[in-house]
Design a protein around this ligand. Structure first.
Ligand code: PEP
Length: 255
């Protein structure tokens, strides 16, 4: 059975001291939650400090990006083994902001996903269509290309352990979330493709979470949608109270 998976992406927000204060408060509030997989993704400078503040808790830590080489002359980059060593267990790959502002491609998402898996990190692989692509009826074609390229060469057991975040670009940071029907349609399509390409077991195990303007007021409706296994939360994860509320409303008994 797939436990709900809820991850908070802080993007480029919070200094190290701010991140530590958040982590210490948040772990206390969610300490009794055993039926939701919870993750926070601080900026890379704070990954180690947050991992320390959350040590032995039920909250995991993700980095927001990585570079695929293990080490070398790649000024400004950080590698999967470095992220693992800093205490994270997850890494976000292919977020639409990376694709839009930093020229991330499906091919680089594939290299990063493979590097993360090789370092024993769980990749949270982001895919999703832009507004004009949806309006032109290209949503499924975009998702197909993203899935096929980003997951190329992965073994079924690796795909089973992934988190795929369906994040329609038009819903990120806009306040306009997908409807439950739109989310179900996309998630169903993604799972069908995983089944065709990697087999039924991998498709069943893989978490497919939704991202795009998730907040306490809409998380229940989104999680009640068929095939939605959780959420990647941006803005609403920046305050301890609202992210804790998203987690509380994701508990299976409350959905
Ligand atoms: C995100 O950053 O992945 C995201 C979904 O942001 P928001 O929740 O703010 O739309």
């Amino acid at each position: 059975m797939r436990l709900p998976f809820i991850a908070g992406n802080w993007k480029m927000n919070k200094t190290v001291p701010e991140a530590i204060v958040y982590a210490k408060q948040f772990r206390r509030i969610v300490e009794d939650v055993t039926d939701v997989e919870i993750v926070v993704a601080p900026p890379s400078l704070a990954v180690h400090a947050v991992a320390e503040a959350l040590r032995s808790s039920n909250v995991g830590v993700a980095a927001q990006d990585l570079y695929w080489a293990r080490e070398g002359a790649f000024t400004g980059e950080i590698s999967a083994p470095m992220i693992r060593e800093a205490g994270a267990e997850y890494v976000i790959v292919g977020h639409s902001e990376r694709r839009t502002y930093f020229a991330e491609t499906n091919a680089s998402v594939n290299l990063k996903t493979c590097a993360a898996l090789a370092a024993d990190l769980t990749p949270i692989v982001c895919i999703g269509e832009k507004l004009d692509e949806r309006e032109h009826g290209e949503t499924f074609a975009v998702l197909d290309l993203q899935i096929r390229t980003a997951l190329e060469g992965l073994a079924p057991e690796q795909v089973g352990a992934l988190v795929i975040a369906y994040e329609p670009v038009w819903a990120i940071g806009t306040g306009h979330h997908a409807t439950a029907d739109q989310a179900t349609e996309a998630h169903r399509h993604i799972r069908r493709r995983l089944r065709e390409q990697f087999g039924a077991e991998a498709a069943e195990r893989c978490h497919i979470v939704y991202g795009g303007s998730v907040k306490p007021a809409n998380i229940r409706d989104l999680l009640a949608a068929e095939e939605v296994d959780g959420a990647l939360v941006g803005g609403a994860s920046l305050e301890v109270e609202s992210f804790a509320e998203v987690v509380a409303r994701s508990r299976p008994a409350t959905v």
